[in-house]
Design a protein around this ligand. Sequence first.
Ligand code: ASP
Length: 324
Amino acid sequence: MPSTTTPGNDFALAIHGGAGTILRSKMTPEREAAYHTGLRRALDAGRVVLADNGSALDAATAAVMALEDEPLFNAGRGAVYTSAGKQEMDAAVMDGRDRSAGAIAGICGPRNPILAARAVMEHSGHVLLIGESALEFCRQQGLAFEEATYFFTEQRWQALQETLAMRQSGAVDQDESRKHGTVGAVARDRHGNLAAATSTGGMTAKAPGRVGDSPMIGAGTWADNETCAVSATGHGEIFIRYAAAHEIASRMRYAGQTLDQASRAVVIDMLAPAGGSGGIIAVDRAGNVSLPFNCSGMYRGIVRQDGRLLTGIYDEPLVDFHKA
Ligand code: ASP
């Protein structure tokens, strides 16, 4: 999709709900409507913040919280399971004003992992906290916690059983929706500041302790006001090896590429041939937005000053779903 520009002091917010979309052949009208509704809710949560003159950081955080609360997406409630049948969540946030960043990895407990990442950024003096000690930090910060039953969904549990059975029989899994997913948001506020936020359960049947690209600053999450804010989704190991998000920023900074040129070069020309199926959402300081992906679909959406909530799943133009 070509990028579009936000003039002057207008704001822009883009979100994704993961590149592992349900195959079109398996999509029903009811499910499709539910995905659009979930995306719209998240866009609106961020839009309210930006329309009220709030920061890109708060808008991206609010949008990701809404996606984490929605069990359809692989983050927070509805996260996927490790091969050991546990949920281990990763999240990161980055503020383009000064490149401050916070992330957590391998945790299950905080209702909104993105708030844990934000607390790391604002109150720990560190960038990345992991595992049990990260949970202890979250408790000290007074974050809301939930039991395992809150995060459980039958759909993700079944996906784990199917993946394990396929592994045992040596079958290759062709269904991206069973494998992965992630949620993310990038925003440009009315003051021209950028921010990115990403949250995920990772990949179905991942090894316990495996950490993906989402909480790795420069791989799955990046923001600096001089170039762009990026949130990625896809095969994390490849995104890490190619420093995907930072690569987009570098191409803009050093090679003079536009946001769309840089995003496409990385997602289509670099990650795809390396086996890095997935996509990214990105916004630059002028409010251009780019949402390329190299697989069958990516749950995604954009909202700007006019308040229209535009969402899409497959390789087709975004729509104002409730008016469509
Ligand atoms: N990038 C995520 C990870 O590797 C998964 C995904 O977005 O599909 O953990």
